[in-house]
Structures are given as structure tokens and as C-alpha cells.
Design a protein around this ligand. Structure first.
Ligand SMILES: CC(C)(COP(=O)(O)OP(=O)(O)OC[C@H]1O[C@@H](n2cnc3c(N)ncnc32)[C@H](O)[C@@H]1OP(=O)(O)O)[C@@H](O)C(=O)NCCC(=O)NCCS
Length: 160
């Protein structure tokens, strides 16, 4: 069967699946911070987009991005194991980025676990630039690498 990926905003019914995926694929070895209640708060937060790719009600991938005035922050992004390397992560990230562009946001920042080479390769492939490291960023246990992507040239810049 050919799956045509469909991105939409999450609803309350997706909160539990998203939280479980966060625990399994992102927060492994750490305390569970993205609980169903926290994900539900994000779904209801007007300055946050929780986006999912789904298939017949099952969440295959999700991303959570918070939008400020000039910057957005990607908190989480994950694709189910069996669905990886098929472009779903890139599709979801691009959908969240387009929302940021529409909102006039100039840059996106995110952190990834320094022990996650796949995530680091993924964000590099999507045009994100490494800007630094943060020791103990994840619950004092795991270091983070910080990435940034400029969405549009700021005043005075050429965009080159
Ligand atoms: C990181 C993640 C979201 C990528 O999702 P995905 O749907 O598999 O990625 P895509 O298929 O869109 O890949 C886009 C590009 O990323 C890079 N990439 C993806 N997976 C990779 C891997 N295992 N090794 C090296 N590069 C990889 C490639 O450049 C790829 O382009 P290509 O297919 O033309 O080679 C996914 O691996 C995942 O959910 N990991 C667990 C959770 C996580 O680490 N989240 C990120 C931190 S919050």
C-alpha cells in the first residue's frame, strides 16, 4: 500500500501517542518530561503547533514547535521506527517551518542530544547550522548540540 503522508495539527486524542513516542524515541535514559498532560497543554497552547503525520488515526510522526515574535523553537520531532528514512521527518519539519515563515519569524532554534548522530545528520541535511553545545541540557545528564536556521535575511543582511 502506498501511503500519501498527510500533515495536520494534533488533537487531544493524539496526546497519549505523542507522549509515548517522546518517551520511547527521544527521552530514553531520562525521566519522562513530555507526559500526556504536557503534550495536551502544548496542543492547546496558541503559540505552539503540535503537528502529526497520521495513517487511519495512528500517529506515524510528530513535531512540536513554539513560535515567538522573531524566533521559533523546535522542541520535539520524531518518526516511528518503521517509517524512518522515507522523508516524513523532512516533510513535517518543512510544514512547521512554513508556519513560521507565514508568521514572519526569522529563525528557528533547536537542541538535539549530543549522543544522537542520526538527529544531528538529519538537522544538518535540513539546512540547520551548529551554533554550540550545552552541557547537561537534558536533565543534567545528557549534553545538547544547538542548531539554528535562518528563514529570511535580517535587515542589513544580503542573505548570502
Ligand atoms: C531524526 C528523525 C526525525 C529523522 O526522520 P526521518 O523521517 O527518518 O528522516 P528523513 O527520511 O526525512 O531524512 C531526511 C534526511 O535526513 C538525513 N538522515 C535521516 N536519517 C538518517 C540516518 N539514519 N543516518 C544519516 N542521515 C540520516 C538524511 O540526509 C536524509 O536524507 P536522504 O534520505 O536523502 O539521505 C528520525 O530518525 C527520528 O525520529 N529519530 C528519533 C527521534 C529523534 O532523534 N528526534 C530528533 C531529536 S528531537
Amino acid at each position: 500500500m502506498i501511503l500519501i503522508p498527510n500533515v495536520r495539527l494534533a488533537t487531544a486524542a493524539d496526546a497519549s501517542a505523542i507522549a509515548q513516542m517522546s518517551r520511547e524515541f527521544i527521552e530514553q535514559g531520562l525521566g519522562w518530561s513530555w507526559t500526556p498532560a504536557r503534550v495536551l497543554n502544548a496542543i492547546h497552547d496558541r503559540s505552539t503547533n503540535v503537528a502529526v503525520i497520521h495513517d487511519h488515526g495512528a500517529v506515524l510522526a510528530f513535531g512540536i514547535m513554539q513560535y515567538g515574535d522573531e524566533k521559533a523553537h523546535l522542541s520535539l520531532l520524531s518518526v516511528r521506527l518503521a517509517q524512518r528514512k522515507r522523508g516524513l521527518g523532512a516533510l513535517l519539519l518543512s510544514w512547521l517551518e512554513k508556519c513560521a515563515v507565514t508568521a514572519g519569524i526569522q529563525r528557528i532554534q533547536l537542541e538535539a542530544r549530543s549522543d544522537n548522530p542520526v538527529a544531528i545528520a538529519f538537522y544538518r541535511s535540513q539546512g540547520y547550522r551548529l551554533t554550540g553545545t550545552v552541557a547537561g541540557y537534558y536533565q543534567g545528564v545528557v549534553d545538547a548540540v544547538r542548531f539554528e536556521k535562518k528563514l529570511m535575511a535580517e535587515a542589513g543582511e544580503t542573505g548570502a
